[in-house]
Design a protein. Structure first.
Lengths: 120, 894
């Protein structure tokens, strides 16, 4: 079973994502900010992390850096999921080492299939 | 007192003066030497022995008429700011070193006029100097109790030696520089010191006489009023006396400008124009102090010394009569100081005039053209030194031979009347550009001849014939030609009479000739520069119109002779730099001619400078019309340049403003972008949520009802959030743009607060949080109630958000201040972190430290509240001192 960690501070969005991934047989973990996300990631080594950027305490960029610095998470894919849709924001996200950058609002169906593709 | 003892003191005193002068020359940059007080005190050279002794003599015989001599200067001083400043500016610009230079330059650099002014001054001042020497000699006799031995031999007379010492002093400190327009700090400092001494010693004598010999002023008055001539000397004798007063005041008014020594201290030695501001009140004060005790000393003298021959010396005789030798000595030295400063400055000024305006232009120019710079400088200095010695020696012999009978006062007045002959050409020439050289010469000559006829001849005839027929019968026995009652005017004193007639004829001929004949172009050129001096200060050397041919190398040669090569090169270099002229330029233009004349003027006088320069320049005559046209043109060029400069400055300013406006706009634009970005982000979040939930719902038909309802509920909540967000954004924009019209009217604040509390009552109760309203009293203020409710509700909601359920307490308090009311909302929650305080009122700022759970707010609540409070002209802030939770305070004016 694939493991996915969803990191977002918007509970309603998280709820829809959680439901959809569970339906596709993902093991779903949820974090509400960067700190929590890192803890869970180290603990569960998910295959993919869905990462929001604008979050309280530790933001998405910082979280990505820490994931990339962690040896145990070498194989973990990171996908940004953000409302920031300017070209500069996207470039910055990819440069930091994200595997994908998806903008909000997104289609849940498409998101799920893209994550599946990424994990193939 | 033993006369050798007195002579030793005199020598010691003179040695002190030498030392002070020496020190001041050496420290000529020190602030002790360069200050307005030295300037004002040097003006007090006006108070000579005539003031020191003569005033008392006059006061004892003719009452308060001695005051006229001081009223003129006092009346003139307010005018100084206008007139004297103009004179000083012109003089500095043209390197003028004496009044002869000033007048000669005004009338087109006229050599003859400079010489004429010099002769009139020498004629007027030498007797005056001799009077000063007389005062020394007589007071010396009084204090040493020696009988006169002047008649026996010159070499026995101590006055002679004092005169020689003074000549050495002036020659030494007065001719340090060849350029006579340079300041003599040494001499001026000693003059200032002497001005202090003479005033203090005279005041001491006055106090001694008034309060020690008598019982104060009332005592003297009462005793003096018993004297038989008291009424005569204290009353004012009708219209005739009025005329005498008026003429004497006018006389002294002119004298303060025209006396060579006054022109020298006030103009040539002036360092800064702003000193005039001090002078216009300090100098009258000095004169006032000097005259306070005059009348009392005079009365006291009349009372105590009924047999005294010479009333002038009451100040000295009174202490002597009471055996107060020490005080008498002080008085003697006060008078001595007055004499020395007058003699020193007068001979200095006269010697400069003699050398620069008479001797050099009429005899030595050829010699100078051949000589080398060092030799020339020595020649010039020697001419001045010889002039100084000659002047003092002539004054001394004049005193020995003529001045026994005359009082200080009368010779002083004669001197004033002579000098006053310069007044029409000087004053009118300063403000009327038609005044011409011919007119000035004629006026001065006629005026001076009239003075000789009405004042000098009677005296001469008296000495020659031993009788008074000339005065009593008139010339050739013609009644109308009586010197003291010319054309039957018989009610004036001789001096006032002479002044009236000479001044009348002088002014009349000056005006008539000026109107009837135009001066040549050069005169007109200088007239223009003097009269409208303020117009031409910008033009500087360009204000001088000159046409002709001259080689720079020739001019350089002439300058070399006087300034030496080094100074000449430096001066020409500066000149080229100033006007952007190439070093290679061979031909000289008008500016260089003018510049070179100015350079020479200080050393040899303006007339000689002109003659020298024209000897190497082929000048073409320019018509008067042309002069005026050229002047007008250069004035216009300057004006146009000025306008251009102003325009350019304006443009620079505008550009700067535009640049600022642009960067302001860019900043606004950036802020707007940022704002839109943030809005987009904020809007996307609920939309994402709604979209995701809807998608999930659409795809899943088999979803349990409970979950489906949850999703639906979420959609509703997010839709609400979206709506609220949009509303807040629009509201904030409206408030920011100032487009929102506030319905400000008097409202009861406590009522509004209660309404706000009611609004959140339900939520508070559900969470178990207490909302307390302290000091519930009636306070009225003017505000828009809906908006105020919005602010209060927002603050209360924030407080509810950040306090713990069940233990939370929120308090609202109001305070009625003088012009405003203060409302505070406090809670006992976890407070606001320090880092947030600065930004908490920014739009969309949400604390990093808030609960993980997203708050329901739009992020605009406090920003909107701030806008509302500010549009009520109030302020809102976080109370940083409040430690037990958060406290937000705002004020609005009543």
């Amino acid at each position: 079973m694939k493991k996915i960690l969803i990191v977002d501070d918007e509970p309603n969005i998280v709820m829809s994502l959680e439901y959809s991934f569970k339906k596709k047989n993902f093991e779903v973990y949820i974090a509400r900010d960067g700190n929590e996300a890192l803890q869970i990631a180290v603990d569960k080594t998910p295959d993919v992390v869905l990462l929001d950027i604008m979050m309280p305490n530790v933001d998405g960029y910082e979280t990505l850096k820490q994931i990339k610095n962690n040896n145990t998470l070498k194989n973990t894919k990171v996908v940004f999921l953000s409302a920031k849709n300017k070209a500069t924001d996207i470039e910055k996200g990819l440069q930091l080492g994200a595997d994908k950058y998806l903008t909000k609002p997104f289609s849940v169906k498409k998101l799920v299939s893209e994550i599946n593709d990424l994990l193939q | 007192m033993n006369n050798y003892f007195l002579i030793s003191i005199i020598i010691a005193y003179l040695a002190c003066l030498f030392f002070i002068a020496f020190w001041a020359e050496k420290n000529s940059k020190s602030k002790w030497v360069n200050n307005p007080y030295i300037y004002v005190l040097s003006l007090a050279v006006y108070c000579s022995a005539w003031t020191y002794y003569g005033s008392v003599g006059i006061a004892s015989q003719s009452g308060i008429s001695f005051l006229t001599i001081y009223l003129g200067p006092v009346i003139s001083l307010p005018l100084w700011i206008l007139v004297m400043r103009k004179i000083i500016r012109i003089s500095k610009q043209h390197k003028i070193s004496s009044i002869a230079d000033f007048i000669s330059l005004r009338y087109g650099n006229s050599r003859f006029l400079g010489a004429l002014v010099t002769m009139i001054c020498v004629f007027g001042i030498v007797p005056y100097i001799s009077l000063q020497l007389k005062a020394i000699s007589e007071t010396f006799e009084i204090i040493t109790d020696e009988t006169s031995y002047i008649s026996t031999s010159v070499l026995d007379d101590s006055t002679f030696y004092i005169a020689v010492l003074l000549a050495i002093f002036v020659a030494f400190f007065g001719t340090q520089a060849t350029d006579a327009s340079q300041r003599r700090k040494g001499i001026m400092t000693t003059v200032a010191v002497e001005s202090i001494l003479k005033l203090i010693f005279f005041l001491i004598a006055g106090i001694y006489v008034t309060f020690f010999l008598f019982d104060g002023t009332t005592d003297i008055y009462q005793k003096a009023s018993q004297l038989e001539n008291f009424k005569a000397i204290t009353s004012f004798n009708g219209l005739e006396a009025g005329f005498n007063w008026m003429f004497t005041i006018m006389l002294s008014f002119f004298a303060i400008f025209l006396l060579p020594r006054q022109f020298h201290v006030a103009v040539v030695e002036n360092d800064r124009e702003k000193y005039l501001k001090k002078a216009i009140w300090l100098f009258p004060l000095y004169l006032l102090l000097f005259n306070v005790f005059v009348i009392f000393i005079a009365w006291a003298g009349n009372l105590s010394l009924p047999g005294a021959v010479n009333h002038d010396y009451y100040t000295l005789l009174l202490p002597l009569q009471n055996n107060n030798l020490a005080l008498a000595t002080l008085v003697f030295f006060g008078g001595f100081s007055a004499v020395i400063s007058m003699v020193v400055v007068s001979t200095l000024a006269l010697s400069t005039m003699l050398s620069n305006n008479l001797i050099i232009p009429y005899g030595f120019l050829d010699k100078f053209i051949k000589g080398n710079p060092q030799k020339n400088a020595n020649y010039i200095k020697n001419i001045r030194r010889i002039s100084i010695f000659s002047l003092i020696i002539i004054a001394y012999f004049f005193y020995i031979n003529f001045s026994y009978e005359l009082s200080l006062f009368s010779i002083g007045l004669i001197s004033f009347v002579v000098i006053a002959q310069l007044a029409p050409s000087f004053f009118i020439g300063l403000f009327w550009n038609r005044g011409s050289a011919k007119a000035a010469k004629t006026g001065m000559i006629i005026g001076t001849l009239m003075v000789i006829y009405t004042l000098i001849l009677p005296f001469v005839f008296n000495v020659l014939t031993g009788n008074n027929t000339f005065v009593e019968k008139g010339l050739f026995g013609i009644e109308l030609l009586k010197p003291y009652q010319f054309l039957g005017i018989d009610f004036l004193s001789p001096e006032a009479h002479a002044f009236f007639w000479s001044m009348f004829l002088n002014t009349f001929s000056f005006l008539v000739i000026s109107i009837r004949s135009k001066g040549n172009y050069r005169e007109r050129n200088y007239a223009e520069m003097f009269v409208n001096s303020s117009n031409y200060t910008n033009l500087q050397d360009g204000a001088y119109v000159w046409k002709g041919e001259a080689y720079v190398s020739d001019i350089r040669n002439v300058l070399n002779r006087f300034l030496g090569e080094e100074r000449t090169e430096r001066a020409l270099h500066l000149f080229n730099l100033k006007y952007g002229i190439s070093k290679e330029e061979e031909m000289a233009d008008a500016r260089l001619i003018n510049f070179s004349e100015k350079l020479l003027t200080g050393s040899i006088g303006s007339a000689s400078a002109r003659i020298l320069i024209s000897s190497v320049a082929k000048e073409q005559p320019v018509s008067l019309l042309e002069v005026l046209k050229i002047l007008e043109e250069s004035k216009e060029t300057i004006a146009v340049n000025k306008v251009l400069k102003e325009k350019s400055d304006e443009l620079t300013q505008l550009t700067e403003q535009l640049r600022n406006a642009n960067s302001e706009l860019l900043e606004q634009d950036r802020l707007k972008d940022e704002f839109l970005d943030t809005i987009a982000h904020e809007l996307k979040t609920p939309i994402t949520s709604i979209k995701a939930a809807s998608e999930v719902l659409t795809d899943e038909e088999s979803m349990p009802d409970e979950l489906r309802n949850k999703f639906l509920e979420n959609i509703v909540i997010d839709a609400d959030r979206l709506a609220r967000l949009i509303h807040d954004i629009l509201d904030f924009e409206k408030l920011s743009g100032g487009r929102e019209y506030l319905e400000i009217q008097p409202n009861p604040m406590h009522g509004t607060i209660k309404k706000a509390i009611m609004g959140v009552h339900q939520i508070a109760q559900n969470k178990g949080i207490k909302v307390e309203y302290q000091n519930d009293v009636l306070i009225n203020a003017s505000y828009d109630e809906d908006r105020m409710l919005q602010v209060l509700t927002n603050l209360l909601s924030n407080a509810l958000k950040f306090t713990e359920p069940n233990t939370g307490i929120i308090t609202i308090a109001t305070q009625d201040k003088k012009h405003q009311i203060e409302v505070a909302v406090a809670d006992n929650g976890k407070g606001i972190p320090k880092e947030d305080m600065k930004y908490i009122f920014d739009k969309f700022y949400q604390s990093k430290y808030q609960n993980i759970k997203k708050p329901i707010g739009s992020g605009l609540g406090l920003a909107i509240s701030k806008k509302i409070v500010e549009s009520h002209r109030g302020t809102i802030w976080i109370d940083k001192k409040y430690k037990t939770g958060a406290r937000v305070v705002f004020t609005i004016p009543k």
